[in-house]
Design a protein around this ligand. Structure first.
Ligand code: ATP
Ligand code: PRP
Length: 302
């Protein structure tokens, strides 16, 4: 591709494969960012905005954004810390997917119960910076020096195999459902951090003229995330029960209250977190609300 085509465009990086890729594509579709990615090309133009998408390994996105080589990106909070880019990127939105924990895991049947028992042992991980820092603290507390300190070995994937192969006494890797960990006969003994996918921008952007477009895309993505997270709950309730009912559905800012033809009744409409929907409906029934309706949101600006 002719680099001139990219001049002046906002560069937005998303993971080219792996756990976050599909979810990012869905998010872009929801935000009406239209593109066609020619077969395996890592850069493609957005048709309806002055944007180019850059498909990169999730782990490389923090430094591309932090160094200002691309303007914004989507990646995991974990890889921002691993790349030591937290001072160079700003996490503008949590995206509510890619949720996982970075954990120290040991063989299920083995004797190790605490991370202190791993001081001086062999750790295999794809997170050598975070694991290195974590075990350096433990080694310091144990007074270990030189060759006696914990060994941290990097592998690029299939970390769980290291213990079974006799290459490690423990691993440090990501866990979501725990299926991979259990299948490998491992159990967790410590959590280094919790992660989820985040939208990031450079702390010191190189292209100031692009900031309004970054803000617009951020607002669109925030709207898609909020539309997934919230539903609208509408119901009728006796005016005398209104304060009890609206305590159950306070809304994001405040509920909308409309009069009904019967002056003793009002209609209430309020945003409610989708995960709390069933509980909220039960509570509304118990305070005497009637005609409780739930509406999905297609999109939003909040
Ligand atoms: N099991 C999981 N559940 C949810 N999110 C995950 C999970 N595993 C990884 N992630 C998130 O997705 C990011 C990318 O991980 P993934 O395993 O997809 O890497 P990848 O880009 O395919 O690289 P590779 O497979 O080469 O290590 C991680 O940094 C983390 O934020
Ligand atoms: O707790 P679970 O739901 O089983 O998920 C955990 C697994 O997911 C990630 O790997 P992924 O499958 O993305 O592949 P990778 O090993 O190639 O990174 C992670 O490295 C674990 O292996």
């Amino acid at each position: 591709m002719d680099p001139n085509v990219l001049r002046g465009r906002l560069l937005l990086a998303i993971p080219k494969k792996g756990r976050l890729h599909e979810r990012c594509i869905e998010l872009l579709n929801g935000a009406d960012i239209q593109f066609h990615r020619p077969n395996r090309l890592d850069v493609c133009l957005v048709q309806n905005h002055h944007i180019a998408l850059v498909f990169l390994p999730a782990a490389d996105i923090p430094s591309f954004v932090g160094k200002g080589n691309v303007d914004m990106g989507i990646t995991g909070h974990d890889v921002i810390l691993e790349a030591e880019m937290e001072s160079f990127v700003t996490e503008t939105l949590r995206l509510s997917f890619g949720k996982c924990a970075l954990q120290v895991q040991v063989p299920e049947a083995g004797p190790v119960q605490s991370v202190e028992a791993l001081a001086g042992k062999r750790i295999v991980t794809s997170f050598e910076v975070l694991a290195g820092r974590f075990f350096a603290d433990i080694d310091d507390r144990a007074g270990l020096v030189g060759d006696t300190r914990t060994s941290i070995e990097y592998v690029g994937g299939s970390v769980e195999a290291a213990c079974a192969l006799g290459l490690a006494d423990a691993i440090v890797d990501l866990v979501e459902s725990g299926e991979t960990m259990r299948a490998a006969g491992l159990r967790p003994i410590a959590t280094l951090l919790q992660s989820e996918a985040v939208l990031i921008r450079s702390t010191t952007p190189k292209h100031a003229h692009i900031t309004p477009l970054i803000d617009k895309i951020t607002a669109r993505i925030a709207g898609v995330i909020a539309a997934r997270k919230y539903i609208v709950c509408q119901y009728n309730v006796l005016r005398s029960k209104l304060s009890t009912a609206t305590a159950v559905t306070p809304g994001r800012r405040a509920p909308t209250i409309s009069p009904l033809e019967d002056p003793e009744w009002v209609a209430v409409s309020s945003m409610v977190e989708r995960s709390k929907m069933a509980d909220v409906m039960d509570q509304l029934v118990s305070v005497g609300a009637e005609d409780i309706l739930i509406f999905n949101l297609d999109n939003s600006r909040v």
